[in-house]
Structure formats: C-alpha cells, structure tokens
Design a protein around this ligand. Sequence first.
Ligand code: GDP
Length: 463
Amino acid sequence: SLKNSATFKQYQLQAQQLLQRGLDQHIKLAVTGLSRSGKTAFITALVHHLTEQATKQNLPFFSVIQSERLIAAKTVPQSELDITTFPYRDGINSLKQGLWPSSTERINTLRIAIKYRPASGLRAQISETQTLLIDLIDYPGEWLMDLPMLELNFASWSWQQLELLNQSPRLQHAEAFLNHIAAIDWQGPVDEQQLTELATEYQGLLRKFKDELKLSVLQPGRMLMPGDLAGAPILAFFPLPEVTQAEEGSMYHHVKTRYQAYVKEVVQGFYQQHFSQFDRQIVLVDLLDALAQGHDVFNEQTQAINQLIRHFSYGKSNFIKRLFQPKIDKLLFAATKSDHLSAHHHKDLTLLLDSIISTAKNDLIFDGVKIDTMAMSSVSATTPVMVEQKGEKLSCIRGKEIASNQLMTYLPAQPPMRPLTVQEWPQHGFQFPAFYPDVGSNNGIRHIRLDHVMEFLLGDKLK
Ligand code: GDP
C-alpha cells in the first residue's frame, strides 16, 4: 500500500503538471505603425520596464504588479526560427547612452516569459505560479497599406494609382515617370532591363512621396520596406494604363503577372503566415509629427490610419474572413511621443486620435473587438517644468534638444481635439522639437502611461 500511495502521488503530480501546462498561456502581441511612429522605442521600453524596472512605483496601473503578483519577467528564446530576433540589447544600450535606437525595417520578434502568482480561480487552485509567454511581433505598418490590393486586379489597381499620380502633390514629381511609361509599347516583347529601370524609377517616386512629401497612402508598401525582398523581381512592378489585348510574352503581361504574384505571395502570404496568428495588436501613431507637417500630410495620415483599421474590421471586410479566421480580440491605438506635450494636453491628443478613428471604431466594437485609444510615451525625453512669466505660471517641458544639442525649455503647442479644416489650421502651424532620450540620474528610463498600455493588452491574461 505504501507503494500504491507513492504511485498515486506520482499520478497526482503528473496530472497537476499536465493541467498546469494546459493553463500556461501564450499570446502573440503584434506591434505596428508607420515607420518612425516609435515601434522600436516602444518594444525596447516595454521589455525594459517588464524585465528590469517592474516596480509598483514605476508601473502603478499594471494590476499584476500593483497586487504584487509578478514574480519575474525575462526574455526567452523564440520559437519561430525564420524571423529575425528583435535587437533588444542594442536598443536598451543606446537608450542608456542617451541615444535613440536605430529603427528596424522588417518583421522582428521577441519572446518574454512572465512568471506570476494567479489571483484566484482555477489557476490559483492548481498552482502557486503560472507563466505567460508573450511573443512580441514588430512589423512595418507600411505592409498593411497593401490590403486593398487583395481585392483589385492589375487593371483596377493601376487605374487607382495612376489617378493618384495625376493629382497634386504627386503629379509634380510623377511627370517624368508618367511620360516614360507613355512612351513604351506595352504590347511589344519583354525587355527586362527596361522593366527594371522603370520599377526603380517608381520605387524612387514612392520613396520621395514618403520622405519628402510625407505621404502615407503608398502602394506597394513592400517597395518602401522590402525587408528580405529587396531587389527581388516580385517587387519590380508599377501601375500601367490598361492594355486589353496583351499577349503572353508582352511587356504588359509580364508586369501584370508580377503584380498577381505579389498579391498572392507577398500580401496574402503575410496574412496567412503572420497576421492570422496575432491575438492582440497595438498600432502606434505619431500624430505630432503629422501635425507638424501641416494640413495635407495630417489628412493623408488620417486616411492611412483608417485604411489600416479596415484590417481589424472583419464584420465588414469579409475578404479577410475568406482568407482566415481572425483572432485579434483587443486592439489599442496609441498616440506616441506624448512627452512632447505638457501633461494637461495629453487628453487633447487622445481626443484627436479618437476622433480620427471614431467611425471605424464603432464598426470594430460591433465586431466584438475591444478597442481603446491612449496618448503615451515609451521613453520620455523631457521633464515637465513650471516657468513663471509675467506673473503667469506656464507648464513647459525641458530636454536636450537634438537640433541645438542643448538643454532647452519650451512651452509646447496644444494639439487640436479634432482634425482641423484648412481654414482653422493655425497660420504658423504646429512645431514639436525633437529631443534625445533622457535616462535620468540613475539610468532610470521614464515612460508615460506605458503601464496603462500593459494593463489593456496583458492585464486580463495575468489574472
Ligand atoms: P519605428 O520606425 O516605428 O521603429 O520608430 P522608432 O522607435 O525608431 O522611433 C522613431 C523616432 O521617434 C526615434 O528615433 C525618436 O526620435 C522618436 N521617438 C520614438 N518614441 C519616442 C518617445 O516615446 N518620445 C519621444 N520624445 N520621441 C520618441
């Protein structure tokens, strides 16, 4: 009987281990945003605060820490071997030296394990501790700009793009390209060299639209962030005026075939391999930079964000449903870099973001996706200071400005609470100077509302 009871204990232990394994959780948290929106800074800060600065004082709104149930969080080896590892060490080292990490330009991943004490319920009864595995996946928001291509054939896509190219502000820059494509016999035999040159010219145009004109509705998105596909023929296509009778072997047919391959392999491939696996998503938006660029750029960004939201609105866009069964149940839109504002204007920034996405947001709520908007800062580069001027107290910010390389104090602009019309736009526009990250005296990296972000995205998984 002694033997029996030992066996029984062993069974009990095994059963418990199995149960525990079943309860251990795993989520894929995707991070996206257009380039320079702050993805690299965000992931670096998130990992840093979870693994190195997880104190009540630092993360008061993150409930697992608030209720003292966090045991430890650390980075662990990822399971997906074909995706680059997010360079966390490089990022945190840069920040600690007072420099911004260099941005990543492709899909990256990093796995964190959070060991915690469950609060109550089945988890708490079965085991003292649980582990939540989080796969962070960082991918360029530019890639999401290609979604509409899934529904368009080459002729309709071309038609839309050529419409855009023929309008201001694109037209001034696109004229040479439009003349070049007009001068070619697209029914003639394939000339690879010519196609490569034109593709390079079109890519150059997209780059210019992005870097100089700060436009964001740009297709194909991979041309801007090619990642592993740099130089691959599948990216070497561009819009063309329709040729109805294009035979196989003709220039037109060749470009059309590349378009079709791109849509199928690259766009659809991204949805099937990656997007369909995401459980939660945060979308970072740099509204302040868009405001600083002026009315047209701001409008274009609004358009881009709304196009991006369509990815999460499955109820309406059933062509996503046709591809896969979406899993995302929580979606957070975060206006980043709020440390450029004084604290009492953070609310305005949230309202502005809210009003930009309001229509789309209602559809999402209808689809059962929990959605929220926040103004936050992954890494505060400024400190708030009160300045007295002519008897008036002004809330200013102070930091080491990048342009002058000096400590400067500014009275930040107040962002509008909703998108402004051209007439309402302030004459001198908006300005938000850039600062170096501030690591403080004891290498403490400060954030604004990163704990609220953690609570929304992870809190319920750590109960
Ligand atoms: P990514 O291209 O989306 O990965 O963007 P990054 O994370 O590289 O951020 C681009 C730039 O935005 C950085 O180099 C910083 O200058 C700035 N930035 C990002 N996050 C913050 C922040 O929280 N506060 C401030 N002040 N600037 C930020």
